[in-house]
Design a protein around this ligand. Structure first.
Ligand code: 6SG
Length: 225
């Protein structure tokens, strides 16, 4: 069976300097799936500190976090909270933030749209799963349409410009969650469907998705998906 931590170590040692990245988070995919995909795709190592709910409930760690929440990300002496700031930081460092200011602004716009949908998803999962799931799935096409429209005009197959950006990893991660939530969600969106298939087939993304340590993490913290 593929051991992805060994695999990451090997690729990290052979080709690139090992980056001192550390992620502190709950044992869920949650808000960190996209970040892990971007790092894996760039052959970057990640040290993970998993915080159990029991540990978190003690309160000390919450008190030490700038906004009282996780994830926390460390790049050497730099400490970041806020998952989208982490994506931007890594996008900047690893060439996944466009090739000029205009592309960067378009990537920001698309990532903000992904965040809007993620917030709706999180609200459903944590607050109204039993009562709201059917209506959510019915309304979902209205939220996916803009992404389908942008991608159907893209020559590269990515949201902006000719290479993958942090917004693509973020959208891909959220689309995977939606495939689990509403199995037919991509049926009427052929471009989004092939976009998901294409990103899932990138060798290092594929390896991460097949890695036991990643696969075993639940999507969300309350057992709903
Ligand atoms: C929740 O919302 O997993 N952080 C969450 N919750 C704990 O005390 N804007 C920022 C960002 O983008 C949002 C951060 C995010 O980075 S992540 C957090 O820190 C708190 O507020 C989603 C997630 N939730 C599961 C979880 C395990 C322990 C605490 C949260 C389940 C819910 C509450 C107890 C068990 Fe739970």
């Amino acid at each position: 069976m593929l051991n992805c931590s060994r695999m990451q170590k090997k690729t990290g040692q052979s080709s690139k300097q090992m980056a001192p990245y550390t992620l502190t988070y709950f044992p869920v995919k949650g808000r960190c799936g996209a970040l892990k995909m971007m790092l894996a795709d760039n052959e970057q190592q990640l040290k993970e500190n998993m915080v159990s709910i029991e540990e978190w409930m003690k309160g000390d760690m919450k008190g030490s976090c700038l906004f009282g929440q996780l994830p926390k990300f460390e790049d050497g002496d730099l400490v970041l909270y806020q998952s989208n700031a982490m994506l931007r930081h890594l996008g900047r460092k690893h060439g996944a933030y466009g090739k000029n200011d205009c592309e960067a602004s378009l990537i920001d716009m698309m990532n903000d749209a992904v965040e809007d949908l993620r917030l709706k998803y999180i609200k459903l999962i944590y607050q109204e799963y039993e009562t709201g799931k059917e209506a959510y799935c019915k309304d979902l096409p209205n939220h996916l349409k803009p992404f389908e429209s942008v991608l159907s005009k893209s020559k590269s197959g990515f949201l902006v410009g000719d290479q993958i950006s942090f917004a693509d990893y973020n959208l891909f991660d959220l689309l995977l969650n939606h495939k689990v939530l509403c199995s037919a969600s991509l049926d009427s969106f052929p471009t989004l469907k092939s976009y998901v298939d294409k990103i899932a087939a990138r060798p290092k993304i594929k390896a991460l998705l097949e890695c036991e340590n990643f696969k075993k993490l639940p999507i969300n913290g309350n057992g709903k998906q």
